[in-house]
Design a protein around this ligand. Structure first.
Ligand SMILES: Cc1ncc(COP(=O)(O)O)c(C=O)c1O
Length: 469
């Protein structure tokens, strides 16, 4: 696929250290085969996440200099607030230091034990924050969204019929809100269509349940709508965004993605009573309502970034660069989730390593090999992240998708870096028979993938573990 060259030039450079294989082997072992514990300066191309890793523009850096660090009423807050209102359209704008705090504030305010929150697919922090309230997070993505081989323009769509059934069974008394994640990170960064959002809104209205967006990658979602949805190609990204958010009652946002900043987030909503309760909690745990855990300069960077991300030259390059990586891998026969999503290419670890069963963490085996052999950091989005014991049956439940995410930071890597990544993954695919499964030696009770420690299995242990699970 051809895509435009970088619509920016480089003014500041950050040198990269090249570490040899022997040192990488030592570092990954010391890290307990957990890529989160490897020092970042020993990584050549870091595709762990697109979150908080963007390069800010000269205007954003200039914006930091006009940061007003007043405890209350900082001018940067008002700039930020008016920007959020203009794009998202919600009345109450509550800044937080990142997305999960927005989730935590929302769910601690509106959920009670035993409630259910439907979503297309919950991101891990969203799920964890819901479960932290003893409520249930239910994923209702369309069936196509769970099959990495199916081509569909909007694989992130939430199935309105499944939603209707859940709301019919539980009623609004047990479902305080419905969420849609745009784009759908845990399902491969797949977009959601305007038509689908309208249909979900209709179901929510019929059952009297509010609809919230997890808006982290809203601009990328709008780009896909412009590109793929009939009748949308002549509209601006801002127009599409405004229509999209008009179907909701609020959103949580990690601005570390489409806010183009390294830290920041917010919660925006129309319900005044919820906003008041959330603001009171914000003051207790995060900060005064005009800074919410951030410096004034961070709010300014966010206000500027939220506008820059709507630029079509930027979005065309951004989505084009990610798609280019997917195309290079696909042409070489590497199994990936198709079509390629907005912020990342996802390797399908089950098809990449069919000899490693899910209870032996094939995704994590790939992650470790990519670092060890090539100095590339990716992240597992599969059994290590999501497998859990069902409290009712005591059985392990494994996710349907076993993925490895190569997330591309915004405005950071050149197309040459992207080619290096493609060549490395293709080389690993040719050598895939050599890779072995793993077992966990330490895990925390929640969000275990961040701190788990693992070890590689040898041949005989492999057979034993398979029998046991
Ligand atoms: C879809 C989605 N929701 C929520 C979050 C949480 O945001 P944060 O990391 O800023 O807490 C993320 C972060 O990656 C995400 O991708």
């Amino acid at each position: 696929m051809r895509f435009p060259a970088e619509p920016f030039r480089i003014k500041v450079v950050e040198p990269l250290r090249r570490v040899d294989r022997e040192e990488r082997e030592k570092l990954i072992r010391e890290a307990g085969l957990n890529i989160f514990a490897v020092p970042a300066d020993s990584i050549y191309v870091d595709l762990l996440t697109d979150s908080g890793t963007s390069a800010m523009s000269d205007r954003q850096w200039a914006g930091l200099m006009v940061g007003d660090e007043s405890y209350a009423g900082s001018r940067n807050f008002f700039h930020f607030e008016s920007t959020v209102r203009e794009i998202f359209g919600y009345r109450h704008v509550i800044p937080t230091h990142q997305g999960r705090m927005a989730e935590n504030l929302l769910f601690s305010t509106v959920l009670k034990a035993g409630d259910t929150v439907p979503n297309n697919i919950h991101f891990d922090t969203t799920r964890a924050n819901i479960e932290h309230q003893s409520a249930e997070a239910v994923d209702l993505v369309i069936d196509e969204g769970l099959d990495p081989t199916v081509i569909h323009p909007f694989k992130g769509n939430l199935d309105p019929q499944k939603l209707d059934r859940v709301l019919g069974e539980l009623g609004k008394g047990r479902v305080p809100l419905v969420m849609i994640t745009v784009t759908n990170n845990s399902g491969g960064g797949q977009p959601v269509s305007l038509a689908n959002i309208r249909a979900v809104r209709e179901v929510c209205t019929r059952h009297g349940v509010p609809l919230f967006f997890d808006a982290c990658r809203f601009a990328e979602n709008c780009w896909f709508i412009k590109e793929r949805e009939p009748g949308q190609s002549e509209r601006s990204i801002l127009e599409i965004a405004r229509e999209m958010f008009s179907y909701g009652d609020g959103c949580t946002m990690s601005a570390k993605k489409d806010g183009l900043v390294n830290i920041g987030g917010f919660l925006a909503l129309n319900n005044a009573e919820w906003a008041e309760r959330i603001t009171n909690l914000l003051i207790l745990v995060e900060g005064f309502p005009t800074y919410g855990g951030l410096a004034g300069r961070d709010l300014e960077g966010m206000a500027i970034g939220l506008r820059e991300v709507l630029d079509e030259d930027y979005l065309c390059f951004r989505i084009g660069q990610v798609t280019h990586l997917g195309d290079l891998l696909d042409q070489a026969g590497v199994p990936i989730v198709k079509p390629v999503g907005g912020h990342a290419v996802y390797l399908d670890a089950r098809r990449f390593l069919p000899n490693v069963p899910q209870p032996q963490y094939p995704g994590q085996a790939l992650v470790v090999a990519l670092y060890r052999e090539f100095g590339i950091r990716a992240v597992e989005v599969g059994s290590l992240m999501f497998a859990h014991r069902d409290p009712r049956t005591g059985q392990m439940v494994y996710p349907r998708l076993e993925l490895v995410r190569l997330a591309i930071p915004r405005r950071v890597y050149t197309t040459e870096h992207i080619r290096y990544v493609a060549e490395s993954v293709i080389a690993l695919y040719r050598e895939r028979e050599r890779l072995r499964g793993m077992r966990i030696t330490y895990e925390a009770p929640v969000l275990r993938h961040f701190t788990a420690r693992l070890e590689e299995l040898n041949e005989s242990e492999t057979a034993h573990t398979v029998q046991k699970t």
